[in-house]
Design a protein around this ligand. Structure first.
Ligand SMILES: [Fe+2]
Length: 477
């Protein structure tokens, strides 16, 4: 499947183009077509949706308390050394939380040295773009040696496969393989102590309005159970529904058009909570259901007219009915989905967005593609907070087609197709070439980059085997 968004070239820019709040512009009201969409989604199901909303508010209240009390300790940590055993042990927790830390995926020294190597690459190439331009924290770099070595690292690929196996395919014919990770060329962050510019608040990547759109996530019926009023039956881990979902209908800058099962970063630094690190809402099913149902409801009394407790009480919220607006709280076409306390009060984000625990270089932090996450507003630590953004992407037709274009971008030294365009690293000194990659990548690593023929696993579903053959054609093997 190829969407219009996937074939257009993007203008130059940086990470601030991806989010309305970073770009400094106001969020305009959504067009009327979104009101029609909202009515269509719940037509004839209104009573079910209202009942389910009330059940959801009760469950959120309970779970919010658990998360607020537990803090970073609710986020499961597993060890690379005992990966399979730990994943089996913590599977239930990871499914519930949607976030995990995998300790020691790369040796600590090696991961830390990556940061110094990138800084040297930037010194050699002073034309390197970054956000913000006057005090760089997030670099427009995609093809530095550390990024390539990390993406191709056998340990990382092993972790990615193990993580993809946490997902299910309810339909064995679904054209998706979780045995073959594909590489996605994302940016990196070297955030300096004291920085407050890269203060990205609570958000979800992977589109925004697309989560409601019939020609977005609706193509696979990803959230049908939620819109039908039975969020309890919604399975955030069913990959079958996601295969045909379109996550970027508006050619957003920096919007990821690949299907990422998890977003993730590999740490190059030692960080504690408040030191410029990641925060997440660790309740994947509840937070997704709330975010999607919120636009159908409205408070009877506003916050100024009621105490905070009375404002949040289920009795104070009603189905918007004839007064429904086009609003999809925090969603703007072409931008990431943003969340805040006013738009999403029952999430109690101030207390339920918890920091990931202490992180060392070589630790890999992953979060479900629908997880609400944020970056510390201010980096209060004394040392840099540095990560390579590396998501976990399965093999699908859409992902294989993206990989072809990304492979071309790599050979040309330009940013991947999802990212702001321009010359990128085309003229950079010491940019990695295919020869470099081949000198350290294993066959698995080369497959992830689209440089070797893919091979199905004996345990693969029939759908996985079929997509492996098709992807080889797409990739030209
Ligand atoms: Fe994000």
């Amino acid at each position: 499947m190829t969407t219009a968004a996937q074939t257009q070239t993007k203008r130059e820019g940086d990470i601030s183009d991806s989010f309305v709040s970073l770009s400094g512009t106001a969020r305009p009201p959504l067009p009327q077509k979104f009101l029609e969409l909202k009515k269509t989604l719940v037509h004839g199901l209104e009573n079910h949706v209202i009942d389910s909303w009330n059940r959801l508010l009760a469950e959120l209240k309970r779970e919010n308390k658990t998360i607020a009390e537990g803090g970073p300790a609710v986020i499961p940590s597993v060890s690379f050394k005992s990966l399979d055993k730990d994943l089996a042990k913590f599977r239930g927790e990871i499914e519930k939380r949607g976030v995990a830390v995998i300790r020691g995926v790369l040796p600590e020294d090696e991961a830390r040295s990556f940061k110094y190597e990138i800084e040297e690459y930037v010194r050699q190439n002073p034309q390197t773009k970054a956000f913000p331009p006057h005090d760089p924290q997030v670099y427009e770099l995609y093809w530095s040696a550390p990024q390539l070595r990390a993406r191709a690292h056998p340990n990382l690929l092993k972790v990615q496969v193990a993580l993809m196996k946490l997902w299910r395919t309810s339909d064995p014919e679904s054209p998706i393989s979780t045995s073959q990770p594909l590489s996605y060329a994302d940016r990196l962050r070297i955030r300096q102590p004291g920085d407050a510019s890269f203060a990205l608040g609570p958000h979800i990547d992977g589109g925004s309005v697309e989560r409601w759109e019939l020609n977005g996530y609706g193509r696979g019926g990803v959230y049908d159970k939620i819109f039908e009023g039975s969020w309890e039956e919604y399975d955030p881990w069913d990959a079958s529904t996601r295969v045909s979902a379109v996550v970027d209908n508006y050619n957003g800058l920096g919007a990821c058009s690949m299907f990422r099962m998890f977003q993730g970063w590999l740490s190059m630094s030692t960080t504690q909570p408040f030191e410029g690190t990641l925060m997440v809402t660790p309740a994947i099913k509840l937070s997704t259901a709330y975010l999607l149902l919120r636009p159908f409801f409205r408070p009877i009394k506003d916050l100024g007219q009621a105490s905070p407790e009375a404002y949040l009480a289920a009795e104070n919220w009603e189905y918007a009915g004839a007064d429904m607006t086009s609003e999809l709280h925090g969603a703007t076409p072409g931008h990431g989905q943003e969340l805040d306390d006013i738009l999403h009060p029952h999430l109690d984000l101030g207390n339920t967005m918890v920091h990931v625990p202490n992180i060392k270089p070589g630790d890999y932090v992953i979060w479900h593609c629908d997880s609400i996450h944020a970056v510390d507003k201010v980096h209060k630590g004394k040392s840099d907070s540095s990560v390579l953004y590396i998501p976990v992407c399965p093999l699908t037709e859409m992902n294989a087609r993206y990989l072809v274009r990304q492979r071309d971008a790599f050979l040309n030294g330009t940013p991947g197709p999802d990212f702001p365009g321009g010359r990128g690293e085309a003229d950079h000194i010491n940019r990695q070439t295919q020869l470099h990659l081949r000198s350290y990548a294993t066959t698995d690593g080369l497959r992830a980059f689209g440089f070797e023929r893919l091979v199905a696993d004996a345990t693969d579903t029939s759908g996985a085997k079929a997509i492996t053959s098709m992807a080889n054609e797409i990739l030209g093997f």
